[in-house]
Design a protein. Structure first.
Length: 161
């Protein structure tokens, strides 16, 4: 596994050495220590991405809010990774555009200033119009009542059939 030195991490993440120390001390991003005698600290590629994600989040929310987000993700998603999540920030609230297997994504609130409605489904997205059209075509094709050839002539397809 490739590791990055503290100096390289400061440059790659555009974060100060003091910020790295603070994030390590608070447990937000803890570096690896391969050589305890030399006290050399290393960061993984995933940690570089996390630090970059935290830097971008800090433009909109407090570090306390970021810790709330991490705690929520760890408790519900099983991992604390920010860099692979689509987060939405609006009016002091942070929501996660949560992908769903075999269905459309959902928006779940992960943090708010007042800690209200955390974990609540905020928005359930509908499939695109093309998905609805595909469903109707499939229903018509499998129907014993609808004459499929007649249906085909009356419908304007969104894509060639």
């Amino acid at each position: 596994m490739q590791h990055f030195t503290r100096r390289e991490t400061v440059i790659l993440t555009r974060t100060s050495a003091a910020r790295l120390t603070y994030l390590a001390r608070t447990g937000v991003v803890v570096p690896l220590s391969e050589d305890s005698a030399a006290k050399q600290l290393y960061y993984t590629w995933e940690q570089i991405l996390e630090l970059r994600a935290i830097r971008h989040l800090r433009r909109q929310v407090s570090l306390q809010m970021i810790r709330k987000i991490l705690a929520f993700l760890e408790g519900t998603a099983g991992d604390r990774a920010l860099h692979d999540k689509h987060l939405i920030i609006s009016n002091g609230e942070v929501s996660w555009l949560q992908p769903q297997e075999n269905t459309e994504p959902q928006v779940v609130q992960v943090a708010a200033k007042a800690n209200r409605h955390v974990g609540q489904l905020k928005l359930m997205t509908l499939p695109s119009l093309i998905n609805f059209a595909d469903e109707v075509w499939e229903t018509a094709r499998n129907s014993k009542v609808i004459d499929f050839e007649s249906f085909r002539q009356r419908v304007v397809p969104f894509r060639p059939r």
